[in-house]
Write a protein that binds this ligand. Structure first.
Ligand code: PMP
Ligand code: GLN
Length: 386
């Protein structure tokens, strides 16, 4: 009891602190370091998109959007998915606009998981998955992937499946490793879940950012997977608008019905003028078709700037993150090194151990290369001094 007679609030997430993204971005700002830590573009979005938002802001589109999303945006998403993957999602019953992919992931996990259910999570894992599982009383069952290639051993995955397994979380292209799933990964997963009551949440926010001609293997493209998968996407990564927090969920009707029961009480609906603007902007495929080349050039520029350094790396397959090993330079823990590099050489990164539950430290740092060329070159030059 405190002096007021009020008991202490017992934390529902006792092991959770402030996210590493907030910690590192704050440190970068305080020290004036080049911030290649938190994943967000260092350049602005298209002026055409801003103009569209302005148009809808000024012409009275400022009240609640429908709970499921503005019809024109759901229709544009249906068209895009059909054009790219040949898969139809019905805009009325199978597509929901959300407040970022974070909300879509939380709502999908909440729709499926009851106390005691087991959820397979591949780690390193994006930081929002495990808290969302635990808040719903689920039990994360971790499948640990390791450098340098982070490939999945499907026999290990099979060994982790029990009668209690209700959900598997997938992320391709992957944050933080950049790994992109292959058609074989989809087939292996399909063989595992077939004939079982296991659902899937597939985080595909980096769908349009993959390199060297690799296709995006959406889980929507495999019939066995499609019928049980909530595909979560985000406009933040695709259109350089992470601050607008707008995403979506594609899922078959029965899954979407349950998803919407959660979504309507999490946020109800998402910012109206931006939905209208995105509906217009999405109609021109050039806006996302050019993204692989745009980011591949930046990845190559950043890696070229590290050529003379003692960092070891394989060119990232997708996402706007590059991981590098510093084993040849020092054996400091990755967290300590990320802090030291920010303070001493002025480049902020993310230590990859934070994406592992047991903080496995393989001496790897993650750099975000969604930055101006000049910033990437300056960062590369500083890192090469090590
Ligand atoms: N999933 C992954 C893998 C991400 O990297 C991010 C964000 N940066 C998100 C989800 C969250 O997306 P949003 O900002 O649209 O909520
Ligand atoms: N997804 C971004 C990253 O991985 C950050 C998102 C956030 O700050 N929550 O860096």
């Amino acid at each position: 009891m405190t002096e007021t007679g009020l008991g202490a609030l017992a934390s529902k997430l006792p092991w959770v602190g402030t996210t590493i993204f907030t910690v590192m971005s704050k440190l970068a700002a305080e020290t004036g370091a080049i911030n290649l830590s938190q994943g967000f573009p260092g350049f602005d979005c298209s002026p055409e998109l801003v103009k569209l938002v302005e148009k809808y802001l000024k012409t009275g589109f400022n009240q609640y959007a429908p709970m499921t999303g503005v019809p024109a945006l759901r229709e544009a998403l249906a068209q895009k998915t059909e054009d790219l993957y040949g898969i139809s999602y019905h805009p009325e019953t199978e597509i929901t606009v959300t407040s970022g992919a974070t909300e879509a992931l939380f709502a999908a996990i909440t729709a499926v998981i009851r106390p005691g259910d087991e959820v397979l999570v591949f780690e390193p894992a994006y930081d929002s998955y495990v808290p969302a599982i635990e808040l719903n009383g689920g039990i994360p069952v971790l499948v640990t992937l390791t450098p340098p290639d982070y490939t999945i051993d499907w026999e290990t995955v099979r060994g982790k499946i029990t009668d209690k397994t209700r959900l598997i979380l997938v992320n391709t292209p992957h944050n933080p490793t950049g790994r992109v799933w292959t058609a074989d990964d989809l087939a292996q997963l399909a063989a595992l879940v077939k004939d079982r009551d296991i659902w899937i949440v597939s985080d595909e926010v980096y769908e349009h950012i993959r390199f060297d001609g690799r296709p995006h293997q959406s889980l929507a493209t495999h019939p066995v997977l499609q019928e049980r998968t909530f595909v979560c996407g985000s406009f933040g990564k695709t259109f350089h608008i992470t601050g607008w927090k707008i995403g979506y969920c594609l899922a078959p009707k029965a899954l979407t019905t349950e998803f919407r029961k959660i979504h309507q009480y999490l946020t109800f609906s998402t910012v109206t003028p931006i939905q209208h603007a995105l509906a217009d902007y999405l109609k021109n495929p050039v806006h996302y078709e050019t993204l692989p080349d745009f980011y591949e050039r930046k990845r190559n520029l950043f890696l070229e700037s590290l050529r003379g350094s003692r960092f070891q790396f394989r060119p990232t397959e997708g996402s706007f993150f590059q991981t590098v090993s510093y084993q040849a330079i020092t054996d400091e823990p990755d967290y300590d090194l990320a802090i030291r590099l920010t303070k001493e050489i002025g480049v902020a990164s993310i230590p990859v151990s934070v994406f592992y539950r047991a903080r496995n430290d393989y001496r790897i740092l993650r750099f975000c290369f969604a930055k101006d060329d000049d910033t990437l070159l300056r960062a590369g030059e500083r890192l090469s001094r090590l």
